[in-house]
Design a protein around this ligand. Structure first.
Ligand code: UDP
Length: 474
């Protein structure tokens, strides 16, 4: 009989914040269950999480980084889209797997080429999905039961069939690959069908109906929220990427605020909003008279100028100065220590683009949201937050933001102000959302503790890998 600590798991994340960060946390979660976890990375990318892994190793956690000899540029995903060509790593990966075959390799769903070699070598391949169960259920029901071409316009609402909740969407809110012919869904399905199973960063009690749906059709282990493996302030600060924003400055500012009084505004690692939109946000925030901490990223026509630390002024004339004088708002440019901010007692709400990690992190912190989806499965996440969990207020964004095309659907300052007031100004409705958010946060914590569903799923996967190895030895 093999012991848990004999199980070797490789993790091959996709380069880029929202995909990479949770997979590194997942590697650490499995290590905390005793598996020997190794994260595969390019040399330049490894720099982003080297320190946190070193800290883990110092506490005896069996987690390591394997860096390839080949490198690919540590690309700014916003400039190139998610499908960067990383095939230079193909041969180094094959060699590594031949020399040190692991029990499994967990590969991000976006990897185009890695799955083929893993399957060729007969190694158990596990797909890391990067999002929750709900959007999958929504997408599959749209594919199978809705004829999007029959809708009269992009903005005509339709009810997503076969769901236990009443969920309305429009064509402009569904993923682009559903709106025009695309090989993407088929390719994804094939990759999953040939895999050992899928690992999802969610927890059962967050979306039980949808978790059941996922598990009915697929072998899946739901092991999150993985961000909860970050327990120390250092880990929460330097998570996946080294913050370029002075965390002490954020915390000092937040410390000076009353509990439950500040709105945190951030749109994730990729989205850069155009100046016109940033201005509407600024005016809306100012008119709401609420305190806020806002991570600003702006889009230029030239993607190479999309530097995180861009210090250009895209905000209304005098806005920052006024906010400073009134001590109402802190504007940040750079990579923020999001977990620390969300967990601060001064934070009452989060205006978010509904990226899955941000959504889960807000849930774990017990912070209700103002939902402002921009692309991908974020519109589905919005419905989960507002219509299913009822812990959010929609700002009213209606259409996909796209990498390079013109911004079509500005959200005006009145909508921003109104959503902010709805969440931040005391009212029965706001109070109820906060109470519900805190209850769900408790469930999240219980899920990853011994006896919790996510804890059990992580153990179950390790046991299945042991069984697989034993079966192959026979
Ligand atoms: N993040 C952060 N600081 C930032 C921006 C993002 O720590 O300034 C982290 C955030 O905590 C989350 C991830 O980056 O873990 C963003 O993932 P999400 O799925 O929310 O959105 P994406 O960036 O993929 O659009």
């Amino acid at each position: 009989v093999l012991k848990t600590d004999s199980v070797k798991m490789f993790f091959f994340p996709f380069v880029g914040g929202g995909h990479q960060i949770p997979m590194i946390d997942a590697a650490r979660v499995f290590a905390s269950h005793g598996a020997k976890s190794t994260i595969l990375a390019t040399p330049s990318n490894a720099l982003h999480f080297q320190n946190s892994i070193t800290r883990d190793q110092q506490t005896g956690l069996p987690v390591a980084i394997h860096t390839f000899s080949a490198d690919i540029p540590d690309t700014d995903m916003s400039a190139v889209g998610p499908f960067i060509d990383s095939s230079a790593l193909l041969e180094p990966l094959r060699q590594l797997l031949l020399r040190h075959p692991p029990d499994c390799i967990v590969v991000d769903m976006f990897h185009r080429w890695a799955p083929d070699i893993v399957d060729e070598l007969g190694i158990a391949r596990i797909v890391f999905t990067g999002h929750g169960c709900f959007p999958r259920c929504v997408t599959e029901n749209i594919i199978n039961h809705v004829t999007l071409e029959n809708l009269s316009s992009d903005l005509e609402p339709f009810v997503v069939p076969n769901l236990p909740h009443h969920i309305e969407m429009t064509r402009s809110q569904v993923p682009i690959f559903l709106r025009s012919p695309s090989p993407f869904p088929d390719r994804m399905r094939q990759l999953e069908e040939k895999s050992f199973g899928i690992v999802t960063n969610s927890f059962y009690d967050l979306e039980p109906d949808y978790a059941d749906y996922l598990k009915k059709g697929t072998k899946a282990w739901i092991i999150g929220p993985v961000s909860l493996c970050n327990r120390t302030a250092e880990d929460k600060t330097e998570r996946g990427k080294t913050p370029t924003i002075d965390e002490q400055k954020c915390l000092n500012w937040l410390n000076s605020k009353k509990p439950n009084s500040v709105l945190y505004v951030s749109f994730g690692s990729l989205a850069r909003l155009p100046s016109e939109q940033l201005k509407e946000i600024a005016y809306g925030l100012e008119a709401s008279e609420q305190s806020f901490i806002w991570v600003v990223r702006n889009i230029h026509n030239n993607p190479s100028e999309n530097k995180e630390n861009g210090s250009g002024n895209f905000l209304p004339e005098g806005f920052e100065q006024r906010m400073k004088e009134k001590d109402k708002g802190l504007v940040l440019r750079g990579w923020a220590p999001q977990l620390l901010i969300l967990e601060h007692v001064a934070i009452k709400g989060f205006m978010t683009h509904c990226g899955w990690n941000s959504t889960l992190e807000s849930v774990c912190a017990g912070v209700p949201m103002i939902t402002w989806p921009l692309s991908a499965e974020q519109f589905s996440n919005e419905k989960l937050i507002t219509d299913v969990l009822k812990i959010g207020v929609q700002v009213g964004s209606r259409e996909w933001w796209s990498w390079n095309s013109e911004w079509k659907d500005l959200v005006g300052r009145e909508k921003v102000e109104s959503a902010v007031r709805k969440l931040m100004v005391e009212s029965e409705e706001a109070e109820e959302m906060t109470t519900r958010a805190k209850e769900i946060a408790d469930k999240a914590r219980r899920a990853v503790e011994k006896g919790g569903t996510s804890y059990a799923d992580a153990e179950a996967l390790i046991q299945e890998l042991i069984a697989r190895r034993l079966a192959r030895q026979d």
